[in-house]
Design a protein around this ligand. Structure first.
Ligand code: PLP
Length: 379
């Protein structure tokens, strides 16, 4: 019996080693390391994969969100609605621009923005909604997009966990006015370092994101705006270009593993399995279960050799960074409950079937043991 780590890149890199080595050699030989042909080729291929006209490489996912907001002219005095349960980057992009974060609670079953909560959060100062496609499952883009249209708000996707996912047949990255992707190494499409991208069909947003991410400069040493330095370098673009053709197959393998986990773990008391929303085609960036005794389940799995992680143990509004602000006093019951109860099980495309079965068997044993303990205590 072998243990199963939460995640490993070793097999993915071994499989693709010749292509990765070739990509690196090509960049070295090109003698061009920033804003060259590798970037243009990858941007074109990624835009096509997302079903949009424009993709613009950025330094990372956080910058991709910030650049969209800046391109839209969002800043102090503007309100941006974000989910209460997400990685902190979604919030930081808003607060770092001096705009006001307005959190909306999530749906407890999908972990994504609740359109009713968004509707209730809209004020005359609202400018945008950022929907996160959390764990690889697209948010309810139809209802959220409609709400935004009705109120004149920009509908922005945080698609950092959702490369290749679809909602009613349309790819993440094409569901809103603009979308932010991260190519952090553990994402469904990961670089060998940091990277990100903005996708959009809007040529004006594409142009402004490109300008703002490159020192506000169109021509060398001419600066129209106070931009930042946030570019996807040639090396990362070349490596991503080598990995992109395999994304569909990797996502299909993730889907097969998720189906196997859900089949094998069905029917255990207190263990809540992931819920797929009608019309959503998730790409299973993470396989997240809920359990009322989450910490005990995590400890039991650790003892049994199964790696797990918690995404995320503390909601952004409970982070020290927002403690002195009005955000720190908010109550978002579904987001808070999620942080207490979620547990991510191992799900990565290169897991063997035998490893998937070990995750099922040991998780089943640990959760059934906990259920037994709860029943005995209740007697
Ligand atoms: C990873 C991630 C980001 C940030 O991406 P980086 O490339 O690490 O800056 C933003 N939002 C979500 C939901 C993420 O998972």
């Amino acid at each position: 019996m072998t243990d199963v780590p939460f995640f490993s890149l070793a097999r993915a890199h071994a499989e693709l080693r010749p292509q990765l080595d070739a990509a690196i050699a090509r960049v070295i030989d090109s003698n061009r390391l920033i804003m060259g042909r590798e970037l243009s080729a990858f941007e074109q291929a990624f835009a096509e994969a997302c079903g949009v006209r424009h993709a613009i490489g950025t330094g990372n996912g956080l910058d991709a969100i910030s650049l969209i907001l800046r391109a839209l002219g969002i800043g102090p005095g503007d309100e941006v609605i974000v989910p209460g349960h997400t990685f902190v980057a979604t919030w930081l992009a808003v607060s770092q621009l001096g705009a006001t974060i307005v959190p909306a609670d999530i749906e407890p079953d999908s972990f994504n923005l609740d359109p009713e909560a968004v509707a209730a959060a809209i004020t005359p100062r609202s400018r945008a909604v950022i929907a996160v496609h959390l764990y690889g499952q697209p948010a309810r883009a139809d209802r959220l997009g409609e709400l935004c249209r009705r109120h004149g708000l920009a509908f922005i996707e945080d698609a950092a966990q959702a490369h290749g996912s679809r909602y009613h047949g349309r790819p993440a990255g094409s569901l809103g006015l603009a979308a932010a992707f991260s190519f952090y190494p553990t994402k469904n499409l990961g670089a060998l370092g940091d990277g990100g991208a903005v996708t959009t069909d809007d040529p004006a947003i594409a142009e402004r994101v490109r300008l703002l991410g490159n020192y506000g400069s169109r021509a060398k040493y001419e600066h129209e705006e106070s931009g930042v330095n946030s570019r996807l370098d040639e090396l990362q673009a070349a490596l991503l270009g080598a990995k992109l053709p395999g994304l569909t197959a990797k996502n299909a393998r993730r889907r097969a593993i998720a189906a196997e986990l859900s089949r094998g773990l069905a029917g255990i008391p207190d263990l809540v399995l992931p819920h797929v929303v009608p019309g959503a085609e998730p790409v299973w960036h993470l396989y997240v279960v809920r359990h009322p005794l989450r910490d005990a389940l995590k400890a039991a799995l650790e003892g049994a050799g199964i790696g797990t992680l918690i995404h995320y143990p503390l909601p952004p509004h409970r982070q020290a960074l927002y403690a002195g602000t009005a955000l720190g006093r908010l109550s978002l019951p579904h987001s808070e409950a999620a942080s207490r109860e979620v547990l991510s099980l191992p799900l990565w495309p290169e897991m063997t079937d035998a490893e998937v079965e070990e995750v099922v068997a040991r998780t089943r044993a640990a959760a059934e043991n906990l259920a037994g303990r709860r029943t005995r205590r209740a007697c």
